[in-house]
Ligand binder design. Sequence first.
Ligand SMILES: [Cu+2]
Length: 146
Amino acid sequence: MNRLAALALACTAFLTSAIAAAQASPLLVKDAWMRQVPGADTAAVYLVLQNTGREPVIVTGARSSAAHHVMIHETMTAAGKTQMRHRDQLIIPPGERVEFKPGGLHLMLSGFTQQPAVGESVPLVLLLANGAEVPVEARVRPLSAQ
Ligand SMILES: [Cu+2]
C-alpha cells in the first residue's frame, strides 16, 4: 500500500470512530447561545441539556477553541446578594433536562482568542466523566437578548 492510501485509510477509520462516539452519546444539546458583552473578555453560554439515556450523564467541564477558559458556573441569589459559584460537575439523571439560562447555570467563557461577533457561532466541546466529548455551536446574540 502506498503512503497516500494508508493515510486515507487512517483518516476514514478515525472519522468512523468519531461518528460512532457522537451517536453513542445520550446527551442531547439544544438552543445553545452566548450573550455578547461588547469589550468584555468574558461571556456566558446558555443551553439545554437532555439525557436521553438510561444512565446518569456527568458533565465535568467544557473547552472552546475561542476562549482560554470555560467553567460551569451557577448564579445564585441569597439574602439579596447575587453571586456566581463554580460547579466542578453537573449530574443529569436519566430522562432529565437541565436548562442553562440567565440567572442560573451557564458556561463561563473567559480569555477570548478573538472577540465573538453577533450572528457568529462559537464552538464548544462538553466534557463528560466517561471520556466522551459533545460538540456544541453557540450562537452569538446581542447583550439585550434574553
Ligand atoms: Cu459565570
